[in-house]
Ligand binder design. Structure first.
Ligand code: DGY
Length: 323
């Protein structure tokens, strides 16, 4: 029997690629180049399973290509805002993702950004690297104390909760959160977390705000100039969710004018292109979408995709079906 044809749009951890190749007729992206729209369309035409990542715009145009062989889009990643789910549904293409396995590492990175921005770690490192450090001074690079402060979390799903636990248990932070649905109280035990009825109600009373909501049209510029204006002048914004959740121009203005004190960003509008103004600001820490970037997590994400493919081609419901 012919094995299903599977294509990966990026290099994956080696053990996962090897295992995939034992089970399927796999095409690897050996030079790890970003796929063009034409390559994505070609993948839809020629493969039973297409395995994209966050950088692949799997738009309606790509999905509606004819003829198409693709029956499953098995995404390597939890966020699926780069895939047109309605178009996939209408073509009866299954979409899966990789939830759970990247929760801890993404929350770790959000905490890293929070600490780095508060303690001006990026500025300190740049000072050393350019050879400008003249020694310890009582007033040099004074940051903001993190312990005991208030963290606002927008999106109290798995990653939001993991961030809340780190902040509450590790740093004694008070937690306020906004989530569009009620959160199971057992998940909040030991945190004295306060639910806010709206984002507007949350923002004015936080020292730090961390975003953990999905991207996509619904949440585009959820944090816009007006909402940034609701944040206290001493507060910081952390984004490990998706770049388009924040209006970058409004954020830059706020950082320049001191409407807020700083920001820590791992994700950007129009990734990987960065607004050049961001790179000129000292009060922002910039990372290149590293949320899930640990060897352990990236391998676990790969195994999760494999599990979804095995279930799908074995005639079972894939465990992480989105559509
Ligand atoms: C995710 O899984 O959504 C990460 O941001 C990488 O895509």
């Amino acid at each position: 029997m012919n094995r299903p044809r599977v294509i990966l749009t990026a290099r994956w951890p080696e053990p996962v690629e090897a295992q995939l190749m034992r089970r399927y007729d796999v095409t690897l992206n050996l030079d790890d180049h970003p796929f063009t729209v034409e390559e994505l369309k070609q993948a839809m035409r020629a493969y039973d399973a297409v395995c994209p990542t966050v950088v692949d715009p799997v738009t309606a145009e790509v999905i509606q290509v004819k003829p198409s062989r693709c029956r499953i889009l098995a995404n390597f990643g939890v966020g699926v805002n780069h895939i047109d789910l309605e178009a996939a549904k209408s073509r009866e293409i299954t979409v899966t993702n990789t939830p759970g396995v990247l929760t801890d590492c993404t929350a770790d990175l959000a905490m890293t950004l929070l600490l780095m921005t508060a303690r001006r770690a990026g500025e300190g490192e740049r000072l050393l690297r350019r050879g400008s450090w003249r020694g310890w001074r009582p007033t040099q690079l004074l940051g903001t104390r993190v312990s005991g402060k208030t963290l606002g979390i927008i999106g109290m799903g798995r990653i939001g909760l993991a961030m809340a636990r780190r902040a509450a248990h590790g740093f004694g932070m008070k937690i306020r959160y906004y989530h569009p649905r009620p959160v199971d109280p057992t998940l909040l035990e030991g945190m004295a977390a306060v639910a806010c009825e709206s984002i507007d109600a949350l923002l004015p009373r936080c020292d730090f705000v961390s975003l953990h909501c999905p991207g996509g049209e619904k949440n585009r510029h959820l944090i816009d100039a007006r909402r940034i204006g609701l944040m206290p002048a001493h507060s910081y914004l952390i984004n490990t969710a998706r770049g388009d959740v924040v209006d970058t121009k409004a954020l830059i203005r706020a950082l320049k004018e001191g409407t807020i004190r700083g920001a820590g960003l791992d994700v950007y509008e129009n990734e990987p292109r960065l607004d050049p103004e961001l790179t000129r600001l000292e009060n922002v820490v910039l990372l290149p979408h590293l949320g899930s970037a640990t060897a352990e997590t990236r391998e676990a994400m790969g195994w999760r995709v494999l599990k979804n493919l095995d279930a799908f081609f074995g005639g079972q419901a894939p465990p992480d079906r989105v559509v």
